[in-house]
Design a protein. Structure first.
Length: 268
């Protein structure tokens, strides 16, 4: 329990400090998370005897993808440079020709999946730091993390004390409807508080983001549970003692951010 508490405190402190400091530090932090998360993803799927992704090429492709997107955001570069990671994705098909592995298209699919599942959500999140202007602001990014952590904590506590009706027993036997509802209510409350201090977004937008975070962040947790269950493992990794792996900590972000990003782009 002590190890879990210390790890959690250091993890939260590092994330808050990195996002708050400036755009370069935040971007470097996200690149590191993407790299570690991608490597962890390949370690997971390699445990299946039928999946053999191009691990090294996938790591390079994923890192290149978020770096190219970051350069477009930070330096206002032409989006033409995004053709580079796109080309790298399609090169996976060619490399697989020479590997002589079973199930080549499964290997290709799992090689390029982290670009969609890991790199793009973090790139979207980083872009939200420039939502209102060309100057970086930590408010939306940090606010999202506060909402995500609130949703997770609220769902856990509500489920523990009031949970009776299973939410998705086939994937996650411990999750309940009561936990989800309790987590959503608490998240909306924190969204209201954020609207007072983080004025980059209106109260309405913070409330909507809070609801989206609770719903799709929770579904992201279930998606990662589905992946782990399909591979018969408990945690995605052990890089964070007492908390599992990178994917365990950011599963809600990976599915939640695309919906939040899309909403904010539509109402901008």
């Amino acid at each position: 329990m002590l190890t879990r508490a210390i790890t959690g405190a250091l993890f939260v402190a590092a994330l808050i400090a990195g996002v708050y400091f400036n755009e370069i530090v935040a971007f470097g932090l996200f690149c590191l998370i993407v790299l570690l998360g991608t490597d962890e993803f390949y370690s997971l799927v390699k445990k299946s005897k039928t999946i053999n992704p191009l691990r090294f090429w996938g790591l390079i492709t994923n890192l290149t993808s978020i770096i190219m997107i970051g350069l477009v955001i930070l330096n206002n570069l032409s989006t033409k440079i995004l053709a580079i990671p796109l080309l790298m994705i399609f090169m996976s098909f060619i490399f697989e020709l020479y590997r002589k592995k079973n199930h080549p298209f499964i290997n290709i699919a799992y090689t390029i999946l982290p670009v969609l599942y890991i790199a793009i959500p973090f790139a979207m999140l980083f872009h939200l730091g420039f939502y209102n202007s060309k100057d970086y602001s930590f408010q939306i990014i940090l606010g999202f993390f506060f909402l995500l952590w609130t949703s997770d904590t609220g769902a856990y506590l509500s489920g523990r004390f009031f949970g009776k009706h299973k939410l998705f027993e086939r994937i996650s036997p411990k999750k309940t409807w009561e936990g989800t509802i309790g987590g959503t209510i608490l998240t909306v409350g924190i969204a209201y508080v954020l609207s007072i201090y983080f004025t980059d977004l209106s109260l309405t937008n913070w409330i909507v983001i809070g609801i989206l975070t609770a719903i799709f962040g929770g579904l992201g947790d279930l998606v990662e549970s589905m992946l782990k269950r399909s591979l018969n493992i408990k945690d995605s990794g052990n890089i964070l003692p007492g908390h599992g792996g990178i994917l365990d900590r950011f599963d809600g972000l990976l599915v939640g951010i695309p919906f939040i990003y899309t909403y904010l782009q539509l109402v901008q």
